[in-house]
Design a protein around this ligand. Structure first.
Ligand SMILES: [Zn+2]
Length: 534
């Protein structure tokens, strides 16, 4: 007797092989049998009615560690078929928490933090906290280099002393011992950007000892893209760890097309025996903290110090000038071209500028009768740095080229939001997987269905070294999704982002039904995955 049986399904098994007609039986949270189950009994049967049955999607890049404590159901993701998400990306993790530097940590994470209690200290404490919540999907942790650096050094723009480096190593080791899957870095954000390559190699070497990987929001995705990819590859090579290049893209019109060369670098590295993969979200706009426009030096010491610099007329003038026209050196070290036409304000904490959510920076500036740089600085001041922006800076052709590359996984870079979160967040949280399957597979034929599913399932599972996830095979974990390939679509837009996708009928996590007929069943099926445990 099976716990659950799927009949009449087009099985897309996650390998990339062509789909086949098959029934699937689930027992004790695992896939027990694939084939003709017409004679077998099951406690519960789902008639897929010719729809696709695929492994649940594994999202290798989210920042949900900052939203799950408040929105544990992660509906935006789970309704698309996401059954596991890897958090702790871009150098941000909610641990280690060092009490004396909690205020610095809060400021560091202000743009993703929706109100965490910060009552834990380490990965284990955070995982315990999450496990008490009604999670719908699985969570895999990473430890963020930026958070570790804040804990040990605050916002100091210098290399660590030997004892500080030791302290950082032991924080990383502890998080990995406690089951984290990787070490992430975010080298455009302070204090991550203050780290040199040596420091990152030293920490990535700790990851090697635990069989973990190094993921990176690299030092620049615009003019400095090639150097930044080169640095990530060097870190992986020297430390002997697999590399995950996060949200791969080329930003800024002058850099469009350069993903051809960056993908070639990935291929050459793979050809020489280095395990490197990338991931991507299917949009031509990104989203990050508005503070990313600030010159690096102006962020030294943390947000409060940055605010006091803005209050000083001389320093403000210098900041203003450097944002308006960063020199070539600044651009090569990762600064962005400031293009106010490309920036939309997406989320503001409950402060005086709340009404600016969803509006372009140039429009706000016109209303206020000032230059967009001044508007941006005003927003950072009035909201104490906690402003999120969306930047329209990539080309559609690049998005498609990166998507077609076999070593690129689909990942959202989202948060697990619910409509009650408010704001105008990037629609990728609600739409990434459905958009790839609807727009890029069905409508535009950029990818075949099986290849798209592979990039959402077995490929990310391989990065996690979770070989019993991401495949429909006997013995694998029963994380599954049923969707209608003719109907699946993302509905979330930049102006109306809190819209669930259409066409996902049923989502199973660990053998339990969490979405049925497009509705959340409330099943507490999510677990915290631990490296080496599956
Ligand atoms: Zn990032």
């Amino acid at each position: 007797m099976y716990d659950l049986a799927f009949r009449n399904a087009r099985v897309v098994d996650g390998t990339g092989n062509p789909w086949f007609w098959g029934d699937v039986g689930v027992e004790d949270g695992r896939i027990a049998r694939i084939g003709d189950l017409s004679g077998a009994a099951a406690r519960r049967t789902v008639d897929a009615g010719g729809m696709v049955l695929a492994p649940g999607f594994i999202d290798l890049h989210t920042h949900a560690d900052f939203t799950l404590p408040v929105f544990p159901r992660a509906e935006a993701m789970v309704r698309q078929g996401v059954t596991t998400q890897l958090v702790g990306n871009c150098g941000f993790s909610p641990f280690p928490v060092f009490r004396e530097r909690l205020e610095l940590l809060r400021a560091y994470a202000a743009f993703v933090d929706v109100g965490l209690s910060w009552e834990w200290e380490d990965a284990a404490g955070y995982a315990d906290h999450l496990e008490r919540l009604p999670l719908a999907c699985n969570v895999a942790l990473q430890v963020g280099h930026g958070t570790v650096r804040v804990a040990v050094m605050g916002f100091e723009d210098r290399a660590p002393s030997p004892s500080e480096l030791d302290a950082m190593r032991s924080h990383v080791a502890r998080a990995l011992e406690q089951g984290s899957f990787g070490l992430s870095s975010g080298l455009i954000y302070v204090p991550g950007s203050y780290a040199n390559t040596e420091e990152l190699v030293a920490l990535a070497e700790v990851a090697r000892r635990y069989g973990a990987f190094y993921s990176s929001h690299i030092r620049g995705e615009g003019d400095s893209l090639m150097n930044a990819v080169g640095e990530a590859l060097e870190i992986g090579r020297r430390a002997g760890v697999p590399v995950q290049l996060s949200h791969h893209k080329a930003m800024g019109r002058q850099n469009w097309g350069r993903v051809g060369a960056s993908l070639e670098m990935i291929e050459r590295a793979r050809g020489s025996g280095q395990d490197v993969l990338a991931d991507q979200y299917p949009y031509t706009a990104g989203s990050t903290t508005l503070a990313a426009i600030m010159p690096k030096w102006a962020m030294q010491g943390g947000v409060e110090t940055m605010l006091s610099r803005l209050a000083d007329p001389n320093q403000r003038a210098r900041i203003r000038a450097e944002i308006a026209s960063p020199g070539p050196e600044a651009l090569l070290s990762g600064a962005r071209e400031f293009d106010p036409e490309a920036i939309m304000i997406s989320r503001v904490p409950d402060g005086p500028s709340k009404g600016y959510e969803g509006r372009m920076l140039t429009e706000i500036a016109a209303d206020r009768g000032e230059d967009p740089v001044d508007t941006a600085l005003h927003l950072l001041e009035s909201e104490r740095g906690g402003v999120q922006m969306i930047i329209f800076a990539m080309s559609e052709e690049d998005v498609r080229r990166v998507m077609r590359h076999p070593a690129v996984a689909i990942a959202s870079d989202g948060w697990t939001l619910s409509p009650s979160a408010g704001g105008k967040p990037h629609p990728r949280s609600y739409g990434t997987f459905a958009r790839v399957l609807g727009r890029y597979v069905r409508e535009d034929g950029v990818l075949g269905l099986e290849e798209a599913v592979r990039k959402m399932t077995s490929l990310p599972a391989q990065r996690l070294r979770c070989y019993d996830l991401g495949l429909i095979r006997p013995g694998c974990v029963a994380d599954l999704v049923v969707f209608d390939p003719e109907r699946i679509s993302d509905l979330a837009t930049f102006q109306d982002p809190h819209r669930y996708c259409a066409g996902v009928a049923c989502v199973i996590v660990d053998g339990q039904v969490v979405i049925e007929n497009e509705v959340d069943t409330g099943a507490r099926a999510g677990r915290i995955l631990r490296r080496g445990a599956t």
